[in-house]
Design a protein around this ligand. Structure first.
Ligand SMILES: Nc1ncnc2c1ncn2[C@@H]1O[C@H](COP(=O)(O)OP(=O)(O)OP(=O)(O)O)[C@@H](O)[C@H]1O
Length: 251
């Protein structure tokens, strides 16, 4: 589903990613770990096509086509979903209105009719239940006055509504208490499917107790320096990053 080859990315002419290779197949969950500032968020942002990142070398292939030149909204319509590390507030726009607009713009892109009011309500009720979100939150402005945990739940709701093929979740565990972490994990796990892949950026092994990844990668100094299965995350929790070849130099 996603094939990244020798990806080099700069921000304001500063090289951040320096030759990332990553292959993610449908049905898989990959966790990206690594020290602060190693380029994890940059990688998810650049896959989603966010502005401000310059691909200087290499390619990002998604569903068999190179998407390096596609705009972020086109990538979203093609099924790439990015949950932000710090979800934004959108005063004056209700959660429901935003989700309906997002679903309809995706449908329009694929030449489909708008979703009916009845179908939309049915869908949003079902998905809100999945993340244990109260109906009143759906009517409130997007993320306005939401607690950190509620914002994160809201992101999972957005993902559930948009049914992406490739979901990029950036530090989904930041600011979550244990109960919210479980709810979010439950939502994410419920969305695991043979035709959907997920890339999870996280610092914490704790999240991976609930969302068990198929593959774990360590990103350091702009490259993937080690890959393994879920046991790699446990090893990192125990030993930190210093023992990995190539990281001693990084300090
Ligand atoms: N828009 C930007 N402007 C300037 N520098 C940036 C920008 N985005 C990223 N960087 C730099 O790129 C490097 C990698 O940042 P990135 O956020 O991808 O790392 P990260 O691994 O996600 O870090 P953390 O674990 O701390 O969240 C950092 O040194 C950061 O300062």
């Amino acid at each position: 589903m996603l094939v990244i080859k020798n990806l080099h990315v700069s921000v304001f002419d500063t090289p951040i990613l320096k030759g990332v290779d990553l292959e993610v197949n449908a049905g898989e969950v990959h966790a990206i770990m690594g020290p602060n500032g190693s380029g994890k968020s940059t990688l998810s942002n650049v896959i989603a096509g966010r502005d401000g990142y310059e691909v200087t070398e290499g390619s990002i292939e998604y569903m068999g086509s190179d998407v390096t030149e596609l705009e972020a909204d086109e990538r979203a319509c093609e099924g790439i979903f990015l949950a932000f590390q710090y979800p934004v507030e959108i005063p004056g726009v209700s959660n429901m209105a935003m989700l309906k607009a997002a679903i309809n713009s995706k449908r329009k892109y694929h030449g489909e009719d708008e979703i009916s009011a009845g179908d939309f309500l049915k869908l949003i009720r079902e998905k809100a239940d999945l993340v244990e979100m109260k109906q009143e939150f759906l009517k409130r402005s997007v993320n306005e006055g939401f607690s950190g945990g509620e914002k994160k739940r809201n992101e999972i709701l957005q993902m559930a509504m948009l049914e992406p093929k490739l979901a990029l979740l950036d530090e989904t565990d930041s600011g979550l208490d244990i109960d919210a972490l479980k709810v979010v994990s439950k939502g994410v796990n419920a969305l695991r499917s043979p035709d959907r892949a997920m890339v999870l950026v996280t610092h914490y092994q704790r999240l991976l107790d609930y969302i068990v990844p198929d593959h774990v990668h360590v990103l350091a100094n702009g490259r993937i320096v080690k890959s393994g299965d879920k046991s790699l995350a446990l090893e990192l929790e125990e030993k930190g990053y210093g023992w990995i070849d190539g990281l001693q130099k990084a300090g």
